[in-house]
Design a protein. Structure first.
Length: 376
């Protein structure tokens, strides 16, 4: 198989101003976002908000903002207004009457130039920039409506041909924009083209303006592509959802991240000595160990700490076999609240060090200390 000529390594998608972490409880899952916004809206946001050479940021607030400003206002409102006016003034029939004015040329030039820019941006793998160029078509079309004021033209019978031409130009611009949008938002593109009663145009067919068939009848009932959302209502639902999921998600997710021995190389907030003193560290001796059947990375160790034996789950299966764990003296955090993971209870945490490549190594006392000895 021929190797790829180039590989696109995209940047990070951050939550707020930091990375997503299960222990922080700030992970946004694609399925959850789709439930709120729909597949195409999520596709648009993730592709548009991740520039070629910079990290992108995602949050509920930003999603709602883009939903309302870009998808509902710029795109959805444009398509709905254009089709509604075609139905209102011409029974849905879109025809080019050739009543052109100077303002039309700027719209056509903007659309055709955007096609070239989209192609150039995609050649450079600049996906976010390509989407911006597509939406510049929709922005220019909205401006064209404000410039031509079709509702004013409709009041003058002598300007009926001009009104028809304006609506034709809008339909053509939208058809080109929707065709360009198809790789990024396939469902939305299909809906727009279906409402215009036309098919997707190939890139080679977008080098001229005016290929939308004159006399085409658009749909009688334009569909609302994207509904505006109230950020307060969305955040209320999010809080309700988080509250409902908190016991299961936080216990399991936090425990799993801690079972991985929780190595987060980001700088932590500064704490006081009193905060640190709340943690209890002791030497433990592993007297038995086995792999956890339901997990690819967990080992279950029986750790003797003083006169007690604690069951501790650790995400170190990739670095240690159960056999070589037995007999090791290790450092243990012994006053963590027990957590359930993979159906088993973990009663502490084994301390590990992690290098830049993510390799883990157990922290062990330099001298042979008795199990249960305090670490200070």
């Amino acid at each position: 198989v021929e190797l790829p000529k180039q590989v696109f390594g995209h940047p990070w998608l951050l939550q707020g101003d930091g990375k997503m972490s299960k222990s922080k409880g700030n992970v946004l899952y694609a399925d959850t976002l789709v439930d709120f916004f729909g597949v195409d809206a999520v596709r648009y946001f993730v592709l548009h908000e991740m520039p070629f050479d910079n990290d992108g940021v995602i949050s509920w607030e930003l999603m709602v903002e883009r939903m309302n400003s870009d998808l509902a206002n710029i795109l959805g409102n444009l398509v709905n207004r254009t089709i509604s006016m075609s139905n209102k003034y011409f029974g849905g029939v879109v025809a080019d009457k050739g009543a052109a004015e100077a303002v039309d040329e700027d719209l056509k030039a903007t659309v055709l130039e955007a096609v070239k820019k989209v192609e150039a941006k995609m050649e450079q793998l600049r996906v976010a920039d390509a989407i911006t160029e597509i939406f510049n078509i929709f922005r220019r079309s909205n401006k064209y409506i404000d410039e031509t004021t079709p509702w004013t033209l409709a009041k003058d019978e002598a300007k009926k041909d001009r009104l028809a031409t304006v609506l034709y130009n809008l339909s053509e611009a939208i058809a080109i924009g929707a065709s360009l949008l198809e790789p990024f938002m396939p469902e939305t593109s299909g809906k727009i083209l279906a409402q215009l009663n036309t098919g997707k145009r190939e890139l080679a067919q977008m080098d001229v303006f005016g290929m939308y068939e004159s006399g085409t009848k658009v749909t009688d009932k334009p569909e609302i592509l994207f509904a505006r959302m109230d950020i307060k209502e969305v955040m209320a639902k999010v809080e309700e959802m988080n509250a409902a999921n908190a016991p299961a998600v936080q216990t399991e997710a936090e425990a799993e991240e801690k079972a991985d021995d929780g190595i987060d190389l980001e700088a932590k907030p500064e704490i006081t000595y009193d905060d640190f003193a709340k943690l209890q560290f002791q030497v433990g001796e592993i007297i038995a160990c086995e792999a956890v059947p339901k997990s690819k990375k967990l080992l279950c160790s029986q750790v003797k700490v003083g006169s007690q034996v604690r069951q501790i789950l650790s995400g170190i299966k990739a670095y240690y076999s159960p056999e070589e764990m037995v007999g090791k003296k290790v450092m243990v955090v012994t006053n963590l609240k027990p957590a359930k993971l993979a159906g088993m209870v973990s009663e502490g945490m084994l301390l590990c060090a992690e290098d830049a490549e993510g390799n883990l190594a157990l922290m062990r006392p330099e001298k042979d200390m008795p199990a249960g000895a305090g670490i200070s």
